[in-house]
Write a protein that binds this ligand. Sequence first.
Ligand code: UDP
Length: 244
Amino acid sequence: MAVRMRTYYDKAYKGKKKDFLNLLKERIDSGRRTFVVTANPEIFMLGRKLPEMNEALSDEETLIVPDGIGVIRGGKQLGYEFEERIPGVEICEELFAYADQKGRSLYLFGAEKSVLEDLAARVRREYPNAVLAGCTDGYVQDKEKVFREIVEMQPDIVLVALGAPKQELLIHRYYRRGEKGVFIGVGGSFDVLSGRKKRAPSFFIRHNLEWLYRIASEPKRLKRFWDSNIKFLFELRKEKHGNR
Ligand code: UDP
């Protein structure tokens, strides 16, 4: 039977960003193992297509937050209300600050080498109390091996920026091997946090048009946008009218 979007929507976090960030901080403090998916329509569509991604999203321990407005608008069609977006970039920044405040350890995995170096330099400069347990760029040959080693190190926070579904599949496959750690798939966030790519101007963010800004500044995203977001709307419509 086809996967229903409602499976993901039922378990997605619908509350305020601030409350979610507090929940993550509690989990860091208590050492409770946690996996966060920062969802956009593309991620939900990948769940329908790939059985292992579906498993990762459906797992009762996996937390799903609405990174993109597409997830929130789509949810509305099915009757789900979300308080607000919880973008991966903002989660990262908040956790950098928390690691700095509490002296927690942090591992950065993903993005191009020079991007990662810039981000690591920023973290060392702006968050000097955070313990940078290590960083590895996302173009190493054996990502599985690198990730298994990261899990063994047991840092408090592990940010994985390899793009979907790679980052979610890796985390889902291995994160339970360690005893603790908050693991988050953060997509292109390192590009923004390093200063390499600009986040959309605040006008776009405030009006929920960040997606439009991203397509306009990187037109090659248009096909991806069509493939995931437009098909996503069709799927939701089918589901809403009971064809699934
Ligand atoms: N990336 C990587 N290794 C790969 C492929 C991609 O580290 O083999 C990185 C890429 O450099 C970028 C991120 O993964 O920083 C994916 O970014 P994208 O904007 O595609 O992700 P989105 O936020 O749209 O999911």
